[in-house]
Design a protein. Structure first.
Length: 264
């Protein structure tokens, strides 16, 4: 697996929704090697404050030259990223981790919640670019319709024909949780592979639904990371059978088969 340290030049900075931003950067080494589900470690300041890099999933690549990162402002580091402008450079390490496995899949459902939607856009593009793409259903959840920003249109623009939404306040689509959409929009007769990313409670509910139907499920875990290369051991998660050494999200994931992880 190729990994690079690259000085990515910012091409565009977009504010998609309150506190949610999307950066487009020129980083050809990372962009040409990235796969859906992988991430980069971003240095938000050339100095020592903040000291640690920030892990950000790859939202998409554009050709072999550019990549996009989508993030929410939650602290000092992401606030600094949101203030950056075209022409500035960011030090990036990546692409890191293991992505989604699409080999031999005939019917795929993508389930994203909040910022977990970001890597699923890259995955949807990869699914649809094949000569005979599998059936693809996209289910997206957020607190409000405003939090989606332009993403509903983005998914439709790349050719996703079946996209459904859930919002906590009922402002778009189903009034409730996105995991509840699975039983309404997936034909149980199909052998579905469900790929999900988002808050832990959301993914836990998705995994439970998949187990009930016997569907395969791949989960992309979101955890705090300090290094991204399994040196700090800070992103440990328990194995599904609660035995043996812990898994590390940065090295062993971030994408896992659902049964590999303990859903405590």
């Amino acid at each position: 697996m190729n990994q690079f340290e690259e000085q990515g030049e910012i091409v565009r900075q977009e504010q998609l929704a309150p506190e949610i931003f999307r950066l487009t950067l020129t980083a050809p080494d990372i962009a040409s090697n990235a796969r859906p589900g992988q991430f980069v470690m971003v240095r938000t300041n050339p100095g020592y404050d903040p000291l640690l890099r920030r892990p950000l999933s790859i939202h998409q690549t554009i050709g072999n030259e550019q990549l996009q990162l989508m993030f929410k402002v939650v602290g000092k580091g992401t606030r600094m990223l949101a203030a950056m402008s075209p022409g500035q450079r960011l030090n990036l390490n990546g692409p890191l981790g293991h992505g989604f496995d699409l080999a031999g899949k005939q019917a795929i459902c993508l389930v994203g919640g909040g910022m977990g939607i970001a890597p699923l856009y890259f995955l949807a593009k990869e699914i649809l670019r094949t000569s005979k793409p599998p059936k693809c259903v996209v289910l997206l959840g957020a607190r409000t319709a405003a939090e989606f920003g332009p993403l509903p249109r983005d998914f439709m623009d790349i050719g996703v024909k079946e996209t459904h939404f859930a919002t906590d306040d009922g402002s778009l689509g189903h009034h409730g949780f996105v995991a509840e959409l699975l039983k309404h929009h997936l034909d149980p007769a199909n052998n579905w592979t469900v790929c999900t990313c988002g808050p832990h409670p959301m993914m836990k509910a998705v995994v439970k639904e998949c187990r009930g139907h016997g569907w395969q499920c791949q989960v992309s875990l979101e955890t705090m990371m300090a290094c991204g290369i399994s040196a700090c051991l800070g992103c440990a998660v328990p194995r599904g059978d609660l035995s043996g050494p812990y898994l590390h999200v940065c090295k062993d994931g971030p994408v896992f088969k659902a049964e590999e992880v303990a859903w405590l």
